[in-house]
Design a protein around this ligand. Structure first.
Ligand SMILES: [Fe+2]
Length: 597
């Protein structure tokens, strides 16, 4: 550990070259900017070197690369290279086709990361550090959580070698911070790759279709659990191992499941065939999704229960892509024995940019602990003036009013059944739209869900929409267990909708009676909070449907130009950016308040 004094140390964190690259800037121990490359390049899940994201972070704070004290990469490329080489040799000759591709990737980009960073940014190699991948995940979760002593679980596809780690973090009263790893599981035994294999088998895109497996699972019966347990076996120490004969990902780049997997579960779904849940084939896929989901949850509950008993701690921080599984998170919260569960807004690889920077600050440089602001809003801010100009050039008038009036009138529009594109303040960091780049609508009627799926999101009907509600009102509509509010702050848990409200929350209640609800704290988002209250005065329920502001296949909108273009291309009726509003001509939606109250 190198100890550095208390000056304004500037640390840039980077994740890149695998999936969803990002940059984050930490100054004097506090995050000040973070953005995913896809939001700027407009290429979904952009994995390229995040030059635009880095430039934006630096520009925001008037910095040149030369001003940085350190640049931290979110994994150690040499360890990853070691893993790829070893696994390729182990599974030779099956791996011969995967090997050159993996080598090219490693040699072309990953292994030379220090050189790439140094030449792209013009920073000397000695300032470039590497944080181990799962420590970056652990840091992203623990160092941003408002707790001082917690157990930590990270689980993803794979980083260097680790695929799952359990450990413990402590922020001591003398300001020092320690993250201690207790155990790790290693490639190829991976919960993330297990779930991704089912994602691929069910015909969805790996690394982004995992949500769809979870959504589809609710339509199925977990009647294939015994078969799923044949491909992922429990070990005596409470962990698991994959039965590798069913998998191909360790020896192939083209496929992740083997012929033996197909012999067990039947033919895979073609990505081009729609899922018909009324057919036996559609139900077979839903049953397999439900079974894989159930087994994933059971394993996570067992591992976290053991971790709770072992550490005796009450708080658990969760990181890695597996932490995006809100149904599993809910079961961990209620069944593991931990009282609180913290999932950061960006638990996946993008969030590792922030995790790596914080890890370097607290642990590598040994600088004192600082409280990190408890929100996800670290990206570019919206510019209402730019929206006014765009709308005027395009022949649509823009309205500018004071905030109180705007909020009352937008609430009127929502109560009339209009769909609102809502842009406010700084862009969210992470995959969830938490009210700064959201599409908002009335949550009552299933017809609204169908209209959103058909006219805006162009997506499968089995995927649910999420509600947002003021934290103070949540218990009335949702069954929130103790600790649930924390998990729902960043939409990281799925909770039951109370049976008596399901009919009146039909657009946001999933087929199994649950919802991935966001509990809104007034201090975190005062304008959306006021809008919920104003809407509640009209409808009797301060609940809105909140879905990410993007079309299918596109990243969430960042600037008002993207918001405006999306608004013009789909069925959104009204676009709001700060104090500026633009509406389409000829809106004809009838008042639906009588359906609501
Ligand atoms: Fe990861």
């Amino acid at each position: 550990m190198t100890s550095i004094g208390n000056f304004d140390m500037k640390i840039l964190g980077i994740s890149a070259h695998y999936h969803d690259s990002a940059a984050a800037l930490v100054i004097d121990g506090i995050p000040v900017a973070a953005v995913q490359q896809e939001r700027l390049s407009r290429r979904k899940n952009d994995a390229s070197f995040p030059l635009a994201a880095i430039e934006w972070c630096l520009e925001q704070h008037g910095l040149e690369p030369d001003d940085l004290d350190a640049v931290v990469f979110y994994e150690r490329p040499s360890l990853k290279f070691d893993r790829i080489l070893t696994s390729a040799l182990r599974s030779f000759p099956q791996s011969w086709r995967a090997f050159p591709k993996a080598m090219k990737n490693m040699l072309g980009e990953k292994l030379w990361v220090r050189g790439i960073i140094s030449s792209q940014l013009g920073v000397p190699g000695r300032k470039i550090l590497f944080a181990e991948h799962h420590l970056s995940h652990a840091a992203a979760a623990f160092l941003t959580a408002p707790c001082r002593h917690a157990a930590i679980l990270t689980a993803d596809g794979v980083g260097e070698w680790a695929t799952l780690t359990v450990g413990e973090g402590v922020k001591r009263s003398d300001g020092s911070t320690k993250i201690r790893l207790l155990r790790e599981l290693r490639f190829p035994h991976s919960l993330g790759l297990f779930y991704s294999t089912f994602t691929a088998y069910l015909g969805f895109a790996v690394n982004e279709g995992e949500y769809k497996v979870m959504g589809l699972a609710a339509y199925g019966t977990p009647n294939r659990v015994d078969d799923v347990r044949r491909v992922i076996r429990r070990t005596a120490d409470g962990a698991f191992e994959l039965e590798l004969g069913y998998f191909d990902f360790h020896s192939s780049v083209e496929s992740s499941f083997s012929q033996r997997f197909v012999d067990l579960f039947g033919p895979p779904r073609s990505p081009y065939e729609p899922i018909d849940l009324t057919s036996s084939e559609g139900r077979r896929f839903a049953d397999i999704a439900a079974s894989a989901q159930r087994v994933l949850e059971d394993i996570l509950v067992d591992i976290t229960r053991t971790l709770q008993q072992e550490t005796g701690l009450t708080d658990l921080c969760l990181g890695g892509g597996v932490a995006l599984n809100g149904v599993a998170n809910m079961r961990i919260l209620t069944e593991s024995g931990f009282e609180r569960l913290f999932v950061p807004p960006a638990p996946g690889d993008a969030g590792c940019a922030l995790g790596a920077a914080l890890f370097a600050d607290r642990i590598h440089f040994g600088r004192p602990d600082r409280d990190v602001p408890d929100h996800p809003f670290w990206g570019p801010a919206v510019d209402p003036d730019a929206l006014a100009r765009l709308a005027q050039e395009d022949g649509l008038g823009a309205e500018r009013t004071d905030d109180d009036r705007l909020i009352e009138e937008v609430a009127d529009d929502l109560a009339r059944g209009l769909i609102v594109g809502w842009m406010d303040g700084a862009l969210e960091f992470g995959p969830r739209a938490l009210g700064h780049r959201s599409i908002l609508a009335a949550p009552h009627d299933a017809a609204m869900r169908d209209r959103l799926n058909r006219d805006i999101k162009y997506r499968e009907e089995f995927r649910p929409f999420a509600p947002v509600v003021p934290v103070e009102h949540a218990d009335l509509y949702f069954e929130m267990p103790p600790g649930g509010a924390r998990l729902a702050r960043f939409m990281s848990g799925v909770f039951p909708v109370r049976a008596e409200w399901r009919d009146r929350l039909a657009a946001v209640t999933h087929v199994d009676g649950t919802a991935r609800v966001q509990l809104l704290d007034a201090a975190m988002e005062p304008r959306l909070y006021k809008l919920l209250e104003a809407y509640g005065r009209r409808s009797g329920m301060p609940v809105l449907l909140n879905t990410s502001f993007n079309l299918a296949g596109e990243p969430i909108v960042n600037s008002v130009a993207e918001g405006y273009s999306t608004f013009r291309r789909c069925g959104i009726d009204l676009l709001v950016a700060g104090d500026c509003r633009v509406r389409k001509r000829g809106q004809t939606h009838e008042t639906r308040l009588e359906d609501v109250a």
